[in-house]
Design a protein around this ligand. Structure first.
Ligand code: ATP
Length: 280
């Protein structure tokens, strides 16, 4: 039995560059992996494929992204499926933190390790892209520039440990719905290159100034509690942003006094907060 951590992700930037002919959106995003992680147990050498998840909002069996990843892995290997997978969720679900995609990538890594690494990283990346747009980035990192619909990845220098305060307003959002809503709204794209360069030279001020997410307006339109949360945090003087398509938001590089104050605000407003950090 292999036990593997499946980390959450944070979009430091998210640019939406237009809709493609295949219906996907062209994006550019600087993504950091977080210490917040699901736990995935993988046992091989059994007949069939059994995937279980301990979260009531996440399907066990074929509806789970980890199931699709395992099935495609065995197809590539050219043999029938033989694994038991158990997922213990710690990452908030449908929050923009990429939990399902990360579980799928963890399963690909675990299965490949269990079978003596017969598939190259390029082939694993191909399978990952078939499972979902966000899956390939979890095979790279800890700091990555993601382009295309998520399949073009470049590892970035400058991954350092930074405290991150995640603030969840409650509810959930479908990624597809937010992207579709963004088609009708003016987009304000952040500059991924500026954040990548600032991370490389460890210029915290420039990182903070260039964080941003083009989906913010669409996510706030779909789920107004996000707009209220961001407005409250910004009024209190914090640099707060949306991660992915939301609804989870974050304060970057939050020191203990910020964590204390935002936690008090969260008690008043009914938000959930989680303290984590980026991976080096
Ligand atoms: P994305 O932006 O890729 O949608 P997200 O972080 O917003 O990511 P997830 O937590 O990955 O959202 O969940 C998205 C949907 O995927 C949920 O509705 C959930 O039921 C489904 N899902 C399938 N497998 C998983 C899994 N292993 N973990 C979490 N959700 C899963």
């Amino acid at each position: 039995m292999l036990r593997i951590w499946a980390p959450a992700k944070l979009n430091l930037t998210l640019e939406v560059l237009g809709r493609r002919g295949d219906g996907y959106h062209e994006i550019r995003s600087v993504v950091a992996k977080l210490a917040l992680a699901d736990l995935v147990y993988v046992e091989t050498g059994l007949g069939g494929l059994d995937v279980r998840c301990d979260h009531p909002g996440v399907p066990s069996g074929p509806g789970n992204l980890a199931y699709s990843a395992a099935l495609k892995y065995f197809e590539q290997l050219g043999c029938g499926p033989g694994a038991r997978i158990v997922i213990s969720k710690k990452i908030p679900v449908a929050a923009g933190l990429g939990g399902g995609s990360s579980d799928a990538a963890a399963v690909l890594r675990a299965l490949n390790a269990a079978y003596g690494n017969p598939l190259t990283m390029d082939r694993l990346q191909d399978i990952a892209a078939q499972v979902g747009s966000d899956v390939p980035l979890f095979l790279a990192g800890p700091l990555v520039l993601v382009e295309g619909r998520g399949e073009r990845l470049s590892d970035l220098p400058g991954a350092t440990r930074r405290n991150v305060l995640l603030i969840h307003p409650g509810g959930w959002l479908s990624t597809g719905v937010v992207y579709r809503r963004s088609d009708g709204l003016p987009l304000i794209n952040p500059c991924s290159q500026a954040v990548a360069a600032a991370m490389a030279r460890k210029d915290e001020r420039a990182v903070r100034q260039n964080l941003g997410n083009a989906l913010e307006a669409a996510a706030c339109d779909c789920h107004p509690a996000i707009g209220r949360l961001l407005a409250s945090l910004r009024r209190a003087g914090y640099t707060a942003h949306l991660t992915g398509s939301g609804p989870c938001c974050y304060v970057w590089d939050a020191d203990p006094s910020v964590v204390r104050h935002v936690s008090e605000m969260a008690r008043v407003h009914g938000w959930c907060v989680l303290v984590t950090h980026t991976l080096e």
